[in-house]
Design a protein around this ligand. Sequence first.
Ligand SMILES: O=C(O)CCC(=O)C(=O)O
Ligand SMILES: [Fe+2]
Length: 334
Amino acid sequence: MTNILRQPRFWQRPVQPARPVDLSSIPIFRRSAFAPDQGPGPWLDQPDAQARIEERLAAGEITAAEAQMCRKWSRDGYVILERFYSAALLDRTWKAYEDAIAAGNAAPPAEPVYEGDPLPGRLHNVHFFVRAMDRMLHEPRMNRVVGLLLGAKAMPFQTIVGHKASQQPAHSDAIHMTTYPCGYLAANWVAFEDIDALAGPLVFYPGSHKLPYVLSEDLGIPAGTGYERYVSDYEPAIQRAIAEHGLQPEHFLAKKGDVLLWHANLLHGGSRLQDPKRSRKALVCHFIADGVVCYQDLVGTLAHVHSGENLYRYRRFSARRFLKRALAAVRARS
Ligand SMILES: O=C(O)CCC(=O)C(=O)O
Ligand SMILES: [Fe+2]
């Protein structure tokens, strides 16, 4: 009995690639550098996903509400969790971020939208600097949701916090953070305030996650080219795919505390900011599954080295670990 209880559940286990990877043997990270991807792919991307959801529901592994969420994810590539975070928590957390900026501990770039724009641009990997944001990402309820959707243990990987619209053209996050095995990324976008159509809300294309993944080799982009060809080749290719498949955009007109989660391959971006004075406070976290490789197909490097911080090496502050180390140091000295 105790043994059964100790077994990690399906959403708490790392992914074990069918073909293990020797990272040191790969000079440039892009799809063809890996042996053909034999998975295992995320359970909700499998052709029998609907049947597997029903099985897990019948076995009591997931609740009826979770089964509903999984069905939607599999079909549409996104889910919305209404009022997932409380207004009080969001206010406290945002204040911690603003305080960190004021104290010089977090330095978002200046990206003025108009002359005299007081709002800074987007900051990557804020969880390194602001403990309150880190805590939100590791919130056990969110961890369970992302774990269920990926069918594996989820780890917060890369984060972006922003005060205002990004106006970023449509893309799949798989071009920025490509996983091997494929598909083990999910993003959550947390609204820190109500967001209306004028504020440049997030735009996404339901069902687009089922289209083939578009990576640099599919577009004839040479290895390690970097981001030059992103604008000239990748973004137009995505616009063509949207037109060819008649994909219809939806906008995330979020209420404060709502969360949108999207699939690794769901096309999305930031819509046009119609009132430049509007803020659009949000935190997005890209989670990956434990055990997968995450690389940047366009750049040809492992994804964690790109942001100037080793995202894999990121370790949360732990008072317990801190005390243990301090104690060990004292013991070593005496
Ligand atoms: O916030 C946005 O407008 C887009 C964000 C995005 O594409 C991302 O974080 O992956
Ligand atoms: Fe994105």
